[in-house]
Design a protein around this ligand. Sequence first.
Ligand SMILES: [Zn+2]
Length: 328
Amino acid sequence: MRVPELAAVLAALLAAPFAEPAPEAPPAIDYAAERAVIARYQDANQRLQDAGWRLARGNSAFCPKVIPSIGLQLQDMASYGGPDIGRAALGLKRDFAVNAVAAGSPAALSGEFARNREIVRLEGFDPNDWPAKPPIDWDRTTRAHAHIDAMLAEHGGITIAFEGGGEARLVPVEVCASRFDLDAAGELAFADGARVIFPMLSSAYGYEEPLFAALLAHELAHNVLGHDAWLDRNGRRAKHVRRIEREADRLVPWLLANAGHDPEAAVRWMTRWGKENDTGLKLRRTHDGWDERADMMAAEVPLVRAAIAAEGKADWSVRFKREIDVPL
Ligand SMILES: [Zn+2]
């Protein structure tokens, strides 16, 4: 669980930019600096949500588990190190507001979910009324997202109301069952079965979009192929990890193609990543060398292209050759 690390970093960032106090005056808070800190985090998160949505939506016809989604991610000031500062910086009366909506999602298409717009009701509940446990509480964010998911699954939609009046009724679409969460503190992207955790400091943020999507697709592949549960059942020996890593790599061109990217971007991603990170044996026990990984991805590209030529889609649920004994 890396989310608390994000909280710690945000707490440090939010606490940091105090102006030098005058001898008797209380310290002044530089709200423009606070807003800039939050905006940097939100910009990185926006790119993650957009790219993640494109992959999870584009592959929904082939994923073994799909969920209804509106593409809305919330933020709760109680999860920040300084809720009062966060509220003042963003101009909120209470705690809940829009964090991001994924491009192309029902929430984005409604035009109602501007970043930081304050939210006062999720169908029957005002999440601001739920108790928060200081100092840094992520439970309410999790609970709010779970409540939205439950409404979508059980009632086929949700009405969300905004501070100052106005509401939006949203109807979901199906996406592969994986969230994408930004990690402000970690260095490596990873997947836990239900979420892709992606580091804000990832060098992939400097990559062109299809290469950024390729790294994300590798992590999404772990979730849609059930790798975490398979390792739980079979043990996390290096030999096993190597097999699921290979399988995730090989699925990347398929996932990219269904998201509207060139499947060849998988190979370009691994070649670039490999050259930048070829510092020796760090991943050698559990991963093949980057050049072998690029070759394995390249071998999938003609299969993906043939599938698209035949059926207009890259149906990996039928055409992808598994390396572990799990049916899709
Ligand atoms: Zn991996």
